[in-house]
Ligand binder design. Structure first.
Ligand code: GLY
Length: 361
């Protein structure tokens, strides 16, 4: 399978998202680092153990000075103190802003490494090498970087486009089922936003690499389209990518980020958004049923598990969600392929929709 590139066309910040099989071993062909320069590979202990050696072999032809920084796996590493620790080690090791960061890992590593790269020396280049489905189809593309604050996820960050994104779909076959499924929710989201694209019908089989490459490429192209139209998330276009995330983020927060994977929470959040679309008279009945069918077909949950958080517990985080600009705002669907942002949604109606989500109304 040849690697195919999706171009993210942003003028002087343009770059390619490479999608194919075995790309880690051929990394030197995709990483725009000058021969003999230094790269800091940021990874986590689990991913590093699995893939660091392959990546280093792939970089060999470039004759780079490779520095490895490994953080603890998990959301806890997306923390300001971890970022500062990395920056201090960069300084001690004499990294220059002309050197490069390579992010080898899932969303946590990608966001953290992107953030560190964006502020060290006022910005150095970063190449994203996403190792999870979620990161390949969403977080590695588009230049959003972040660390968390106790008050909210992703509250501190920058826009810093990568110099390249390398999606090796061979890595998906060995992902733990839960981690893979989490990414499937984002794939399904692209399908709801574009019912004609391959993401809408992908069966979600990681071991069919040709099929996975088609789905990942299509999602990457979709993401690139939103980013090109609204790079800095100011025009209400990139915001469509938050479909399902308003309730999704609130569920994640209510469960202390331990009850659901991000994708599971977003899957439930998309069913909820479809119910709200119906209840608000924006979509015809049937949208939420089609959501349930599609998402449960991918092995994703379609309602919160016991013990279910009360709606009032979720309302605070839903309103705090940084995508909310005026009162309660959500991305809704008029139908598959027709997203729209709806502000000022009535709380009683939203509470009733939560009951419908639980199957209690
Ligand atoms: N993950 C949403 C965005 O990149 O805008």
């Amino acid at each position: 399978m040849e690697a195919a590139a999706v171009r993210v066309d942003l003028g002087e910040r343009s770059y390619d998202v490479w999608v194919g099989e075995g790309l880690l071993e051929k990394a030197s062909g995709f990483i725009p680092a000058p021969k003999g320069s230094a790269v800091a590979v940021i990874t986590d202990e689990n991913v590093g153990e699995l893939y660091l050696e392959t990546l280093e072999r792939g970089l060999d032809p470039l004759d780079l000075e490779v520095l490895v920084e490994s953080v603890a796996p998990g959301e806890g590493s997306k923390d300001a103190s971890v970022a500062v620790g990395l920056l201090e080690r960069f300084a001690r090791r004499g990294l220059k802003r002309s050197d490069m960061v390579v992010a080898l890992g899932g969303g946590v590593v990608g966001d953290l490494a992107g953030f560190v790269a964006s502020v060290y020396g006022r910005g150095m280049r970063v190449v994203q090498v996403p190792t999870t489905l979620m990161a390949q189809v969403d977080s590695s593309i588009g230049g959003k970087t972040a660390v968390n604050l106790p008050q909210a996820k992703n509250l501190v960050g920058t826009f810093h486009q990568p110099a390249a994104v390398i999606c090796d779909v061979a890595l998906l076959a060995t992902l733990p089922t839960g981690v893979f499924r989490s990414g499937l929710a984002e794939v399904a989201k692209y399908g709801f936003l574009d019912p004609e694209g391959p993401a809408a019908s992908w069966k979600g089989r990681a071991d069919d690499k040709a099929d996975a490459a088609v789905a990942v490429r299509s999602c990457a192209a979709a993401k690139a389209g939103f980013v090109v139209e609204d790079e800095f998330d100011m025009k209400g276009v990139r915001a469509f990518l938050n479909y399902g995330h308003t309730l999704g983020h609130a569920l994640e927060a209510a469960g202390g980020y331990a009850t659901y994977t991000h994708g599971e929470a977003v899957a439930i959040g998309m069913v909820y958004a479809a119910i709200v679309s119906e209840e608000a008279g924006i979509a015809a009945e049937g949208l939420s049923g089609r959501h349930r069918e599609r998402l449960s077909g991918l092995g994703l949950p379609v309602k919160p598990a016991e013990p279910r958080p009360a709606f009032l517990e979720l309302l605070g985080p839903m309103s705090l969600d940084k995508k909310v600009t005026r009162g309660l705002t959500m991305v809704l669907l008029e139908a598959e392929g027709r997203p729209r942002i709806e502000a000022g949604l009535d709380r009683d109606m939203l509470a009733l929709c939560y009951e419908r989500l639980l199957g209690e109304a």
